[in-house]
Design a protein around this ligand. Sequence first.
Ligand SMILES: *[C@@H]1O[C@H](CO)[C@@H](O)[C@H](O)[C@H]1NC(C)=O
Ligand SMILES: *[C@@H]1O[C@H](CO)[C@@H](O)[C@H](O)[C@H]1NC(C)=O
Ligand SMILES: *[C@@H]1O[C@H](CO)[C@@H](O)[C@H](O)[C@H]1NC(C)=O
Ligand SMILES: *[C@@H]1O[C@H](CO)[C@@H](O)[C@H](O)[C@H]1NC(C)=O
Length: 343
Amino acid sequence: MSRPHQNLLVLSFFCAACVVVCVHLFVFPLYEGAPRKRPPKFLGDYEQSLCTTNLKPVAVPAAWRGHCPRDGIVTVSQGGRLGNQMWEYASVWAVARRTGLEPYVPRCIRRVLDEVFEDLSVPPLGYVAHCPANWAGVIKAPEYWAYTNQSILLPKFAVLPELVLSWADDIRLEFKFKRKLAETSQRVLQMAAGRVANGSGADAAAPATFVGIHVRRTDYQNYLWRTRRAFLADAGYFLSAMDYFRSKYGANVAFLVVSDDPTWCRHHLVGDHTDVFVVSKAGVTSPGQDLAIMAACNHSIIDYGTFGVWGAILARGETILYNISRHSSTRISQLLPGWHVMN
Ligand SMILES: *[C@@H]1O[C@H](CO)[C@@H](O)[C@H](O)[C@H]1NC(C)=O
Ligand SMILES: *[C@@H]1O[C@H](CO)[C@@H](O)[C@H](O)[C@H]1NC(C)=O
Ligand SMILES: *[C@@H]1O[C@H](CO)[C@@H](O)[C@H](O)[C@H]1NC(C)=O
Ligand SMILES: *[C@@H]1O[C@H](CO)[C@@H](O)[C@H](O)[C@H]1NC(C)=O
């Protein structure tokens, strides 16, 4: 076929596709009584619709086989990466605790979290997939929940810090890192402490103070500008936050930097400092390992995003937070002791 014909063919395919999409989007919904999806009957019918990936089979433990929830349940849709899914999980956990309903998360969320944590208490929805979903209704927010025969389906990206952090110590116990991740983190910290002691002539046996730093850059630049007309935190923010901890803990402090942009961190945060260690390696270290390192530290410096917030929550110590208005992290800074906002 000659070139103009080919172009014409492509163009007509494109137009046909446009028409089909438009009809589906704008015309079909107008027909009253157009065939609607029948409502799901079993809990298992919901699970796939809550997941962004295809469900994998789940082995139901013997103890669960005869079990069905007596009342409504609490569950959530999957969205985002590790930090978001930790909030989704924790929000289900907390709403269930407040309401007394049974908590379940779709197995796709458990699959992500099981890579990082052990013995999570909230079971996958797949354990009760065979149970009838005979609820009186499904509510999207715990505020509107009125009867035990109603279920609560939290939206994806759910973040309920007020509720979750009213049990801050318990949620820290819930997110218990897998042994291998915890052991590797301790090795990384001890190696950093050894180098700091050697460099400063400090007593190598003296206990070091570890400060975890989360630097998020790559995908956040556009996001911050689009949503808040804000810029990424610059090196000055991290350097002055580090100086705060240096003046507080003296020579025996080690900074462990985790980031999606380790090259930027090496160029802008290390310089001739011998106490700064960029531990993330692009494409090599896992987000779970990075989070475990932050959690093993005593204090934190974070910028924005749920990942750094969880690292700081799990580390428990003092946290310095980048000043970004209307982000959930600023709400969290009012809920936890020792969190300070800095410009
Ligand atoms: C749900 O519970 C409320 C209050 O107990 C009751 O009035 C209502 O009839 C129940 N609905 C169903 C469908 O069981
Ligand atoms: C300690 O520092 C010296 C020189 O600064 C170096 O030769 C030595 O390898 C260092 N030791 C460790 C354990 O890092
Ligand atoms: C600081 O963190 C290290 C490594 O996790 C830990 O061994 C040490 O006990 C912590 N120090 C304090 C004062 O909590
Ligand atoms: C954070 O920034 C806002 C303006 O964007 C400012 O009003 C506020 O005082 C700052 N907070 C701190 C703690 O510096």
